[in-house]
Design a protein around this ligand. Structure first.
Ligand SMILES: [Zn+2]
Ligand SMILES: [Zn+2]
Length: 254
């Protein structure tokens, strides 16, 4: 165990060093202010909107009073615990967009300390980390699954098994970003399949970049439970609301 931990720590250091060399040759620009030499400069990174302690202890949504949000008081979600680092706005939104659509994968390691801090302060029961998969078509087009990029590093950081192929998207779905709340649930229904041999009896931590309605994570969780998982939790970088998503695309459904 000790040797395995030592190895993963060294792999993370090597990864970080490799990016430092690449950045020396091709100096990056801050995704927020454009300053040369940083992927996101410390001044801009500090402005990310992270959640404080006022969150629902089950679904992680910000709450104004009490330990549970109004929704979890009525009906608990199918996941054991859900946490997000912060609101899908400002720095976190630009970070996710740059990683997802602009191939800025060198950004990934910046988010590790936040993920690990939230992980260490949350009573997750996990022994396997799985990123929400893209369809084969979308992964081919993009060239990578952006969640797997930071998910692999995060799993190394917390010394847990990383299983990016244990869950698959069985057919190509529309991007959730352009859909209404109701359509999002329909869009992902039956869209995933999982490998029972890898999943049976395990405590799974699902990763995604943004949670909005929860439709994708709930569908993934259901698929994983059907394969005999012991528990399923989720961790996302940001949390958005449908209203916010609509504003972003001009206030109308596309
Ligand atoms: Zn900056
Ligand atoms: Zn809640």
């Amino acid at each position: 165990m000790q040797i395995a931990r030592y190895k993963t720590t060294n792999r993370l250091k090597a990864y970080s060093l490799a990016w430092k060399y690449i950045d020396l040759i091709y100096p990056p620009q801050c995704i927020i202010c454009g300053k040369i030499g940083f992927r996101c400069c410390p001044e801009c990174w500090e402005k990310r909107n992270l959640y404080s302690s006022h969150i629902c202890k089950i679904c992680g949504k910000p709450t104004t009073a009490g330990e549970l949000c109004a929704q979890c008081k009525i009906e608990k979600p199918p996941l054991h615990i859900i946490r997000s680092l912060g609101k899908y706005t400002g720095v976190l939104q630009t970070f996710i967009t740059a990683l997802k659509y602009e191939r800025n994968i060198g950004l990934a390691e910046l988010i590790l300390p936040d993920l690990t801090r939230v992980f260490n302060h949350t009573p997750f029961q996990t022994d396997m980390v799985i990123p929400v998969p893209l369809s084969k078509k979308r992964e081919r087009e993009r060239g990578y699954n952006q969640v797997a990029v930071w998910g692999r590093l995060f799993a190394m950081d917390i010394h847990q098994d990383f299983a990016p192929r244990a869950l698959q998207r069985t057919y190509h779905t529309l991007s959730q970003v352009s859909l209404s709340a109701e359509k999002r649930w329909e869009n992902v229904r039956g869209a995933f399949s999982a490998n029972p041999e890898q999943i049976r009896g395990r405590n799974i931590l699902l990763l995604d970049d943004v949670i909005t309605t929860g439709a994708t994570l709930y569908e993934c969780a259901q698929t994983i439970y059907q394969c005999g998982a012991n528990s399923v939790s989720a961790l996302t970088i940001a949390r958005s609301s449908i209203k916010k998503t609509l504003n972003k695309i001009g206030g109308s459904y596309v």
